[in-house]
Ligand binder design. Structure first.
Ligand code: SF4
Ligand code: SF4
Ligand code: SF4
Length: 239
């Protein structure tokens, strides 16, 4: 039941992507920064950072429009990916983007205002022919990378948003704030491997649980491992 709800949600958010595209756009943030404006996308990235302190990467498992597309691709390519190698590419892209963003704010003379609807004045992102091209290019890029690389390949390799989530989690850990996690009673585990097979983030769940919880920033709290473990080893916990 939980997975049906989750999958319905991520499909709904994928269908709403023509409306929300600009609020997830790395370009809109930079365009705003050029005139000293904090745009809607930068506000959303800050919101993601803050929510990750308490809910980790639940955004990626339950809300992100790209989650629906990534999981649809599992029926074409269900191979695990080399998470560590792809992470290097992702952080390189994020560092370049963040550097440009900061440089633009500096060149604009600092932050001059906030406009959540910057470049989205009528509230809908895809409102013209050029926007349709951008929309289909983003979908095509995510689709091609994911079916080529494997499970959530685009998420692992070039998502500019996930570093905000990982950063929020790191801050929460530093401040010792309880965060939603997947907790495990490893004494019940029979090493059947069902959780490893079902994890969309290529996490070796059965090995990770020796610490008593899934201890990696790659976990998106989707609950697939929880719902596919017949021995009830895993559960959500905020401790
Ligand atoms: S990694 Fe990025 S693209 Fe993938 S689900 Fe998370 S926020 Fe969305
Ligand atoms: S599905 Fe459950 S019992 Fe099987 S390996 Fe994973 S945690 Fe252990
Ligand atoms: S470890 Fe479990 S909750 Fe985390 S991403 Fe994998 S399947 Fe989802």
């Amino acid at each position: 039941m939980r997975q049906k709800v989750r999958k319905t949600l991520i499909i709904i958010f994928l269908l709403l992507f023509p409306v929300t595209l600009n609020f997830l756009s790395p370009y809109v943030s930079i365009d705003g920064a050029m005139i000293g404006i904090i745009s809607g996308s930068l506000l959303l990235f800050i919101f993601m950072f803050v929510t990750a302190i308490f809910f980790g990467r639940a955004w990626c498992g339950w809300i992100c429009p790209m989650a629906g597309l990534s999981e649809a691709c599992l029926s074409i390519n269900n191979k695990n990916v080399n998470v560590k190698r792809l992470r290097i590419i992702r952080y390189f892209i994020f560092t370049v983007w963040a550097g440009i963003l900061i440089a633009m704010f500096v060149m604009a003379g600092g932050i001059k205002g906030v406009n959540p609807l910057h470049l989205t004045e009528n509230g809908i992102s895809v409102d013209g022919p050029m926007k349709y091209i951008t929309y289909y290019l983003v979908l095509a890029l995510f689709f091609i990378v994911t079916v080529t690389v494997g499970k959530r390949g685009a998420c692992h390799s070039f998502c500019w948003m996930s570093p905000f989530l990982v950063g929020g989690m790191a801050l929460g850990k530093l401040l010792k704030i309880p965060r939603l996690r997947v907790k495990a009673d490893s004494s019940l585990c029979v090493k059947c491997g069902a959780c490893d097979k079902k994890c969309p983030m290529s996490i070796n769940v059965s090995s990770s649980i020796k610490d008593g919880y899934i201890n990696t920033s790659d976990c998106i709290l989707c609950g697939e491992c929880i719902d596919n473990c017949k021995k009830k080893v895993l559960k959500y916990s905020r401790k």
